[in-house]
Design a binder for this molecule. Structure first.
Ligand code: LUZ
Ligand code: MOS
Length: 756
């Protein structure tokens, strides 16, 4: 197969020709939407007056909850989130009304004239405070293996501590947005920048009080999603659709960056505590963790994210006695949401902190504890899944050997001996990430393939292209299975009328789920055409195949083309369309016992991070990140390597510089790119080396090419501990802090904490 195929969008992207929501040529009489949101994080709306705003020339109408024909409810997992606030507001940035005007500028002018007064109620911004006040989204959840209580008493060493990891802004290049317009008979079409077209369709149907078939959702592609458009693209699409329903005119609504930053949820901040017990041989015998998830003002995906935190609380380690609990704490922040890793990174930061703390107290290199506890074949993940085809030790050992860890460590020690102002730090970060939606019923997908009578092909799936190159992978699979050249295949948009009832493109599973469906559909078509060709040429079906557009007999090229056989099939009235469905086999999870086999497989890998710290300024540079990654049998190394590099840098951003900040009134302070720093080219490691681990992959992965979207983000966690390592070599009095991101300001404080 064409394993080196470039992202099929790269040409269009480079020339600026690729279409995003804001590029769609609008229809005549298109109107523009803008949200009026709450400036108060918690309060009762005591007075609201739209009259001045409505009087402006060009304002068509201002919509509020009173204009909703169905229910004012967009909560997916728990029905606790109104589309527009009614009498109370629960976070600053919460939508109250939707202004529709002849231009965006007019809508903005109108927004400034809406008069509103709030009666303030107490504001909670931290998870800890929410817990103290019993403010929760739902009941806490606990996973359990063995008996931690009795095991701690048998441990040689026991350590406890607390950690904090902050949120993260998705900062997709393309902000949230949609374009909705009326079709005949009261039908509505919504073009949305969403990872979940079906979520949008389903929620819109409920709010508009329409059956789902009257709403068509189309996605061309996204300029990035990262989880931020898994659940949170929905509200904007519904607002526009309601306006369309009332006005029967097209409505375009693309959020400007500031509105997007203020109104949308982010990665969940976590306040956590842990207790870790080790034997003399450094085996982790018992581990407990309590996670306080800052969920924000509504559930959104928080319960599912909390669940994944528990799944990844032991990272890639085998620990016989574990007890973890997660509380989804209700605060007055925008509802936090999915973000690459989906709670997994937050869980892994805690166990890595616990190990770091233990190593520091024992005065040993952290890696000896990590290495002694890597999960092995047939050992049990504490939620019941037996580990198989484990690559934890393999990736670790390969990284040690291939990157000559001993020399790297010696070089760091050497450098630190000779330098005062600058210190280097090094850390190893092994990862294991479970692949599948943790919610088993979501693990399915479909594909629809049309072969047109001239032999060209149209391919539709439930996958949403958001820069991850899933469309390129789908095309590779179709070309390979049909035996034709890629240029004959067109990737269609993702549309609910062609592929219905989809799960969002998320959980690193999109290529696996949709790819398996494409494979199945194309196989059926291929079988059909092989039969026709064999008949025509009077040979045995088994000896015949299509390759690069030609009929091959016994692997020898003939002059007969794919096009010729398709035309023949058409004459014989054979169906040239196929629809296929794929659902991940074998997975299950029992929530009453919190045990099961939730993941199709795990992705493993190990990274080694080296940094140089300026101990005068607190600034640092990442010298190198060296990674051994378990791609399985990568079906496209260029794309997969790109995912590893991108995820790594996003993880580094989360751990080092991206600092979400709200004031005590719940107002977002990091509300612009001047106050919220994401990695630029200078923050990228000076060197990134990736060695693909030669593994058999997994039969549940498409072509044994393992899922790659989220797992490598967690290599970025190593950066935190490399910085910590450098600080410790400068300041002997440093009491390890576990408070991310480790910004230069915080690093500087640590450098001189208790320093004499
Ligand atoms: N979304 C989801 C996800 O709904 N369920 C998941 O398990 C998941 N995991 C990662 C990212 N998004
Ligand atoms: Mo997600 S965090 O939308 O895979």
């Amino acid at each position: 197969m064409t394993k080196t195929m470039k992202n099929i969008d790269s040409f269009g992207h480079l020339r600026g020709e690729s279409l995003f929501v804001d590029d769609i040529i609008t229809k005549q009489n298109t109107l523009f939407g803008l949200v009026f949101d709450s400036s108060c994080a918690h309060g009762k709306i005591s007075k609201i007056d739209y009259s001045q705003a409505e009087d402006i020339e060009g304002v068509i109408r201002i919509f509020t909850y009173k204009d909703i024909p169905g229910v004012n409810q967009i909560g997916g997992i728990i029905p606790d989130e109104p589309l527009w606030a009614e009498k109370e507001v629960h976070f600053a940035g919460q939508p109250i009304a939707f202004i529709v005007a002849k231009s965006e500028l007019i809508a903005k002018k109108a927004r400034a004239l809406i008069q509103v007064e709030f009666r303030d109620l107490p504001v909670i911004t931290s998870a800890k405070e929410a817990k103290e006040k019993n403010s929760f989204i739902n009941a806490p959840r606990s996973f359990n293996l063995g008996n931690t209580k009795s095991s701690f008493s048998e441990c040689e060493y026991v350590f406890e501590g607390e950690t904090f990891s902050n949120g993260q802004e998705h900062l997709y290049l393309e902000t949230q947005g949609c374009y909705a317009y009326p079709m005949e008979n009261g039908n509505i079409k919504i073009i949305s920048s969403t990872q979940g077209p079906t979520q949008v369709q389903k929620a819109a149907a409920k709010v508009l009080d329409l059956p789902m078939h009257k709403i068509e959702v189309e996605v061309i592609r996204l300029g990035g999603g990262f989880g931020g458009k898994e659940d949170q693209a929905t509200a904007w699409a519904i607002m526009a659709a309601i306006a369309v329903q009332h006005l029967r005119k097209p409505v375009k609504f693309v959020l400007n960056r500031h509105d997007d930053l203020r109104m949308t949820g982010k990665r969940h901040p976590y306040e956590s505590s842990y207790k870790i017990g080790l034997t003399k041989e450094l085996k982790i015998k018992a581990f407990e963790a309590e996670f306080l998830q800052n969920s924000g003002a509504a559930a959104d995906l928080s319960p599912a994210i909390a669940e994944r935190t528990l799944f990844h609380a032991t990272n890639c380690y085998y620990i016989p006695n574990v007890r973890t609990t997660v509380y989804s704490c209700k605060t007055n922040l925008p509802p936090n949401t999915a973000f690459r890793g989906f709670g997994g990174p937050q869980g892994m930061f805690v166990i890595e902190s616990a190990i770091s703390k233990a190593a520091n107290e024992l005065g040993i290199n952290k890696r000896f504890i990590q290495e002694a506890n890597l999960i092995g074949e047939n050992e049990e993940y504490y939620y019941g899944q037996i580990a198989s085809n484990v690559e934890a030790k393999n990736s670790w050992v390969t990284a040690r050997k291939e990157f000559d860890l001993d020399t790297l460590e010696n070089d760091v020690a050497d450098f630190n001996e000779k330098n005062d102002r600058y210190k280097k730090g090094i850390s190893i970060m092994p990862i294991a990430f479970g692949i599948s939606f943790t919610n088993t019923p979501m693990n399915h997908a479909r594909a629809l393939v049309h072969i047109y009578q001239d032999g060209s092909v149209g391919l539709s799936t439930g996958a949403v292209e958001m820069g991850q190159s899933v469309n390129t992978k789908m095309l590779q699979i179709a070309a390979d299975t049909l035996g034709i050249e890629p240029k004959y295949i067109k990737l269609e948009t993702t549309n609910t009328t062609r592929v219905a009832n989809t799960s969002p493109s998320a959980a690193s599973s999109t290529a696996d789920l949709n790819g398996k469906a494409v494979l199945k559909a194309c196989k059926s078509l291929n079988d059909r055409l092989v039969k026709i060709a064999a008949n025509l040429l009077n040979v045995n079906e088994k000896s015949l195949s299509f390759q690069t557009n030609f009929v091959f007999i016994d692997n020898k090229k003939t002059k007969h083309t794919w096009q010729e056989i398709v035309a023949k099939a058409m004459m014989e009235r054979v169906a040239l369309t196929e629809n296929a469905h794929y659902a991940t086999p074998e997975i299950h999870f029992d929530k009453t016992k919190e045990k099961g086999h939730p993941f199709a497989y795990h992705v493993y890998g190990t990274s080694i991070t080296t940094i140089t710290l300026d101990c005068l300024q607190g600034t640092y540079e990442i010298d190198s990140v060296k990674i051994v990654h378990d791609f399985g049998k990568s079906m496209n190394m260029g794309i997969d390597t790109g995912q590893v590099e991108g995820a790594l840098v996003q993880g580094i951003g989360w751990m080092t510089m991206e600092e979400i900040s709200y004031d005590e009134k719940g107002k977002l302070l990091s509300n612009a790119l001047s106050t919220y720093k994401i990695p630029d080219i200078f923050s990228v490691p000076k060197k990134i080396e990736i060695i693909p681990l030669e593994t058999e992959g997994n039969k549940m992965a498409i072509y044994r090419s393992k899922a790659v979207g989220e797992p490598p983000l967690m290599y970025g966690i190593g950066t935190y501990f490399a910085i910590q390592n450098a600080i410790a070599s400068f300041n002997k009095e440093y009491k390890l802090a576990f408070n991310s991101p480790y910004t230069p300001e915080k690093v500087l404080m640590s450098l001189y904490e208790n320093h004499i």
